[in-house]
Every structure is written in structure tokens, then in C-alpha cells.
Design a protein around this ligand. Structure first.
Ligand code: PRT
Ligand code: ZN
Length: 286
């Protein structure tokens, strides 16, 4: 029987859609989409298992799945014998300590002797230890943000994204314990065939991710501007330059990074670039 790499992703929730989208963007197609538990790719040796995110690290450690996509917070909290393979850049959030807004907070030391409600006792314990603080940890699995209001705890440690949940519960964020995003984890001892499939998949993910971060750019410029523009947007190697029918002008094609895109466009215009076209890239292989 053909070896399959088993990838566990969240069954439903914040990670589900983007995890599946990422796999599809790497070219995997799934035909038996109706199965609630698993789906096998028809064109790549991969099987996807749909599980609760909290269970994924354990299943990966136990070889039920070979690889999983979870929040980094869950990966750290669970302390399983898995390897963090790659950060994925979605589901970004932070795990923070928050206290009632009315409280006079004077740094981490103010948590001494307090009771902290959280779903992340391991991470909170290591934060307290690092800061030399003794405090009680009250583990609860959901709606952590209501704990101070009902007198269950003095503070909470929970995931924060926009901060609006804290705000509407009368809390303020006082310490960022960790930053998190979706990550790929794998069993630390993958057999060679599976490692090869994973490496191939990671190669494809790289191509998809770098394509998203870059745009293909075409522009016309006076020939004397070519050296300046080339050093500004060298692209993957160096730009393609073709003469225009109009003498003294060229067409220049390159790749530009999304991060400083608008700054670069302004500079290009100041160098005399005209007719700038910017086109999305589907895959990018260096
Ligand atoms: O059912 P299952 O156990 O699989 O899912 P779950 O309910 O445990 O997880 P889910 O889907 O809520 O979150 C999965 C992962 O998404 C988390 O482990 C994080 O890594 C990541 N993530 C990113 C978030 C958020 N952003 C987020 N905002 N997880 C939870 N929240 C919640 C948070 O708990 C709080 O209640 O949203 C609220 C805060 O949001 P703001 O925007 O009000 O600050
Ligand atoms: Zn969960």
C-alpha cells in the first residue's frame, strides 16, 4: 500500500478554513469532501484528518497523524514530543494577562498571591516562574474573560486578538505572555518516506507563501533610470529589460515585495517610471 502523510487539521473553528485553503493552494485536491473525519488527496500522498485542535499535538506524538496544523499556543501548552516545522502567518494572536480595568497594576509583581484563570496553565506557570512570582492558577476551559467579574479569579490569561473581548468584560491587557500564529508541527521521528512527502509539501508551501508576498511589476522608464531602478527592485535575480519602440526608453520587468510596495512605487515614479503594471503571482520558486 502507498504510504500517505497524515495531516491533522482543526475540524471546525478559527484555523480550519485557512489550513484547508493552504493545502489546496499547494495543489492538493480532495474528492471525498463529504467525509467528516478524513479526506484523501487524489493527486498527492496525503490524507487529512479533522480533529479538535487541542487533541492534535497528542495525536501527532502518538503517530495517529504525522503532521498537524495548530496554534503555537496549543503546541507550547501541550508539551508533546513534536517538532515545530514552520510558522504559517495566519491566526495571529497573543496570549496575555488581563486584570480588571479599575485595578492599579504596577508590573508583573502585582500578580503575587493572586488567582489567575486560564486555559493555558503550563504557559502561565512558566511565565510566573520566569518572573519569580507565586500565584494561583485556576484552569477553566472556556469563557475565561468572565472569571474576574463573577469573583472566580483576580486576573486572567487568555488569547487576545483585537482586544474587544477584554474591553467588553471590563478588563485591561497588562502582560503579553507569548505571540502566536498557526504552525505546522510534526512527529519528531518521521520515517524517511513521510519526511520526503513533508519536504515536498513544505517546498510547495514556500512557493505559495512567497508568491503571496510578492507582485510581478512591469514598467516603462527612460534608459538612464535603469541602474537606479534595477538596484531598487532587483527581483529574483535581476530584472528583464527590453527596449521600447520609442528610442531612449525601456520596459523593465521585476518582482517587488508586498511589505514596502507603496514606498517603492513612489520612488519609481520619482525616477521617471511610467505605465506601471502590478500583477499577482500564483507560485514563486527561487
Ligand atoms: O473546537 P476546537 O477545540 O478545535 O477549537 P477552539 O475553540 O479551542 O479554538 P478556536 O477555533 O477558537 O481557536 C483556534 C486557535 O486560533 C487558537 O488556539 C489560537 O491559536 C488562534 N486564535 C487567533 C484565536 C484567536 N485569534 C482569538 N481571537 N483563538 C481564540 N480567540 C478568542 C479568544 O479566546 C477570546 O475569547 O477570541 C477572543 C479574543 O478576541 P478579541 O478579538 O476580542 O481580542
Ligand atoms: Zn480547542
Amino acid at each position: 500500500m502507498k504510504t500517505l502523510l497524515r495531516i491533522a487539521i482543526q475540524k471546525s473553528g478559527r484555523l480550519q478554513e485557512e489550513s484547508l485553503a493552504l493545502l489546496k493552494e499547494t495543489g492538493l485536491s480532495f474528492s471525498n469532501g463529504k467525509d467528516q473525519l478524513k479526506a484523501q488527496a487524489s493527486n498527492f500522498p496525503v490524507e487529512v484528518l479533522f480533529l479538535r485542535d487541542d487533541d492534535i499535538p497528542q495525536y501527532v506524538e502518538d503517530h495517529v497523524a504525522d503532521v498537524g496544523i495548530v496554534g503555537e499556543n496549543v503546541f507550547i501548552e501541550k508539551q508533546k514530543k513534536n517538532t515545530l516545522v514552520r510558522r504559517l502567518g495566519f491566526a495571529k494572536c497573543r496570549l496575555s494577562i488581563a486584570v480588571p480595568r479599575s485595578e492599579n497594576y504596577g508590573g508583573a509583581k502585582s500578580l503575587e498571591g493572586k488567582n489567575i484563570a486560564t486555559s493555558y496553565p503550563v504557559i502561565v506557570q512558566s511565565f510566573l516562574k520566569k518572573n519569580n512570582i507565586t500565584a494561583g492558577i485556576h484552569e477553566i476551559s472556556g469563557s475565561v474573560e468572565i472569571a474576574p467579574g463573577i469573583g472566580l479569579a483576580d486576573a486572567i490569561c487568555d488569547i487576545v486578538s483585537t482586544g474587544s473581548t477584554l474591553l467588553s468584560n471590563g478588563l485591561k491587557e497588562v502582560e503579553v505572555v507569548m505571540q502566536s500564529e498557526a504552525v505546522i508541527i510534526s512527529n519528531s521521528k518521521l520515517e524517511k518516506v513521510k519526511q520526503d512527502i513533508l519536504d515536498n509539501l513544505l517546498f510547495r508551501i514556500e512557493a505559495v507563501k512567497s508568491a503571496k508576498n510578492n507582485k510581478y511589476i512591469l514598467l516603462n522608464c527612460p534608459n538612464e533610470a535603469i541602474p537606479k531602478i534595477t538596484s531598487m527592485i532587483p527581483g529574483m535575480n535581476s530584472p528583464t529589460i527590453m527596449p521600447l519602440a520609442k528610442s531612449g526608453w525601456s520596459s523593465l520587468h521585476s518582482v517587488v515585495n508586498e511589505d514596502d510596495f507603496w514606498e517603492k512605487i513612489d520612488l519609481l515614479k520619482s525616477f521617471g517610471a511610467q505605465g506601471i503594471l502590478v500583477i499577482p503571482i500564483e507560485k514563486m520558486i527561487a
